[in-house]
Design a protein around this ligand. Sequence first.
Ligand code: NAD
Length: 471
Amino acid sequence: MLAYDSHYYGGAWQASRGAGVIDVLSSATEAVVGRVPRGTPDDVDQAVRAARAAFETWSQVPPEQRANWLDKLAAALKPRVPQIAELISHEVGTALSYSTKVQVEFPVTMIGMNARFIRSAALEEELGTSLVVKEPVGVVGCITPWNYPLHQVVCKIAPALAAGCTVVLKPAELAPLSAGMLAEAAHEIGLPAGVLNIVFGEGKVVGEAIVAHRGVDMVSFTGSLAAGRRVAAVAGDGIKRVCLELGGKSAFVVLDDAPFEKAIPAGVNNCMQNSGQTCSAWTRMLVPRARHDEAVELAKTQLAKLTLGDPFDGATRLGPLASAAQRDRVLGYIDRGKSEGAALAAGGGRPSNLPNGYYVEPTIFANVEPGMTIAQEEIFGPVLSVLPYDGEDDAVRIANDSIYGLAGGVWSATKERALDVARRLRTGQVDINGARFNALAPFGGYKQSGVGREIGPHALDEFFQLKAIQQ
Ligand code: NAD
């Protein structure tokens, strides 16, 4: 049990101005494993004032020194990795080994990477008679989701702090505990007061108060399309810069010459990682119609290898979903798939051997048509839709037939052919022939998957203003 009774702003733990609390539940046992205060707009106001005051000095700290602070922050988090991984496995349901590597070690590494990016960033450029200078945007409001809780926080605060901005962060109410531990680490290293501020609470109250606050210059939001729309509208009123990282419905195009025995398992693994609670997951698998049944059989074989169970059991690959609401939402989509005529090929319900916790069986639908709800809407659970296509142009058409454009995959026997198709996909990322995630590459969406980019050196630019000085 990890309980915080305060927010962290102005360099100190501060009593909440409201009396409410939020219980954090274990997704595997449904027991209470943590608690945070339910913040109020008053708490937000105090935190923004602290961030504004700190901006005056932090923005003038030389980049090399800001980089040193990030290195110290990463070092202070390292001994906390096992505890944070365990907390996130409770909160989100992620299997502990994956949680340790992906949920915690990776973001800690990313803090250090941002230190390197700012050290080597070119912050001034001469263009004709102008000196063009990159300056920090100001106070950034960061609002994050629960699926990769520390990672999403780091994607925002590390480049923001590196760029010279100060931050007011509201972590997800379902998974806020790693943000509390981040505050502890920042406090331990003596990060200057007001540079990193955290207010716990609900999106509609604390989140919206951050977005609307006149002292906030920019909002960096990751979450659902519906909440992103609201954030963009409220931020628009104050003409604030927004970076929005929203949902996805990514397609994996398996071309007819692909090695199916490699490509299909890779596609299943990608869709199911973190029990499908991954924004970039390849939830639509597009296969040539003539090889549809073969692909479905290979997918079922791979799925059977992904053991569903307790996130703390070493044999587990897929844990429960993060909440009862998430479980019910996913089960609702499975019902919708059945009623719209998709063929249920595997899974499709709650596992009878796991009565407690928010478990849903990993599920495959075959013969899915592009217009079906399960082919269009983000389910955010372990549900794969296999869609047949007729020829390469048809595959590209179906892949792009989405309001989203976050990620995708292509697999072909030849790299050139895969690359040709990758260039035709309207998405922010595409992996070809099983290429791995690259922590230097910009990540973000086309279309309604968002605005702006995170991760890698490009992420820094989100947090800069350009000033032109004519001389
Ligand atoms: P969510 O939109 O419900 O909540 C995200 C955050 O926004 C939470 O902190 C929440 O409290 C806050 N929020 C909610 N309403 C708000 C409002 N009106 N004003 C301000 N803040 C508000 O999303 P979620 O369920 O936590 O996360 C799942 C979603 O996040 C999925 O759609 C997923 O695709 C998306 N996501 C996207 C990326 C990406 O990089 N594109 C990464 C991870 C998750």
